[in-house]
Design a protein around this ligand. Structure first.
Ligand code: NAD
Length: 311
């Protein structure tokens, strides 16, 4: 069992590390366009194996995709991260070109892989990988919802002074400002969160979650990596271990939630076949309106990419 992580930068290396530490696959291949980077990081990571007690081999390659052959899952993190003052959408044309070329290389050697896209703007890069790969839609998905939901859960745990493990939550929609919060589907060990926190405080946490990524960009001068890398690794685990876990992931919708031909975050079941099911939960009219708005924002950027003739 092999997993490839494309992009040995902050998010990619973190994802590779966490997948390896989970000890769930035989090999993790880290690949990057920058000479020596993935070889160096993979060597450094492999030297943590005796300390952190895992067997997963980590190897690196500068742009030689033959080393990635037969990967079960490929995580695409290559691209420019967002810099202060730069919106996710500024990254469109550069990252779409990168995701396209990387996907072409990946599918040559791993035609049966499940692809998890992390590069931003997330929903549109997932579309780029889907169009380029021509894979069935269950094998191309984007990571955003697991991260956004983790941020929301972490902030709630802090506010309620409870374990983050006990908070179950679900966010839908596009990654970032247009994400759709669903307090009705948030519980603390089964207790509806609305019984534990007042509406004003909950709304402040939702706002903090929406701006969670931007806050980190401002603090660090680049976008986050520990939580994004961990989130992608959790999706890898769900697939390679066939866990059938329900996570919010960016997938292509074909009629679900009344939306068509758009990539947006919805709850899905992840297992060995990738996205095994889209879980069509009931939404109130207000929630549905937010989802439609969020999907429209993604569609607008998908149209921009189409207009650029990159894909
Ligand atoms: N989906 C999310 O929730 C989420 C969260 C955080 C970051 N991101 C995105 O993930 C991406 C990576 O972020 P990062 O912080 O790791 O950036 P980074 O700059 O640390 O790493 C990106 C790596 O991609 C490599 N790269 C560029 N072009 C390549 C190509 N053609 N082939 C192979 N490798 C190539 C670069 O050399 C670099 O090492 C960015 O687009 C960022 O916006 C998404």
């Amino acid at each position: 069992m092999k997993v490839t992580v494309v992009g040995a930068g902050n998010v990619g290396a973190t994802c590779a590390q966490i997948v390896a530490e989970k000890n769930i696959v035989q090999q993790v291949v880290l690949i990057d366009i920058k000479e020596g980077l993935s070889e160096g990081k993979s060597l450094d990571l492999w030297q943590t194996a005796p300390i952190n007690e895992y067997d997963t081999r980590i190897t690196g390659s500068t742009n030689d995709y033959s080393k990635t052959a037969g990967s079960e899952v490929v995580v695409i993190t290559s691209g420019l991260p967002r810099k202060p003052g730069m919106s996710r959408d500024d990254l469109i044309s550069i990252n779409a070109g990168i995701v396209k070329s990387v996907t072409e290389n990946v599918i040559k050697y791993s035609p049966d892989a499940k692809i998890i896209v992390v590069s931003n703007p997330l929903d549109v890069m997932t579309y780029a990988a889907y169009v380029t790969s021509k894979f069935p839609k269950n094998r191309v998905m984007g990571m955003a919802g697991v991260l956004d939901t983790a941020r929301y859960r972490a902030f709630l745990a802090e506010a309620l002074d409870v374990s983050p493990r006990d908070i179950q939550a679900l966010l839908m929609g596009g990654h970032g400002d247009t994400m759709v919060p669903l307090p009705r589907y948030t519980t603390v060990s089964g207790i509806p969160v609305t019984e534990l926190i007042d509406e004003e405080k909950l709304n402040a946490i939702i706002e903090r979650t929406k701006k969670g990524g931007g806050k980190l960009v401002n603090l660090m001068g680049t976008s986050a990596w520990y939580a994004p890398g961990s989130a992608a690794a959790q999706m890898v685990e769900a697939i390679v271990m066939d866990q059938k876990r329900i996570f919010p992931c960016c997938v292509k919708l074909e009629g679900e939630f009344g939306l068509n031909d758009v990539f947006v975050g919805v709850p899905v079941k992840l297992g060995k076949n990738g996205v095994e099911k889209i879980v069509e939960i009931n939404l109130t009219a207000d929630e549905q309106a937010l989802l439609v708005e969020s999907a429209a924002a993604v569609k607008e950027i998908m149209d921009v990419v189409d207009g650029m003739n990159i894909l």
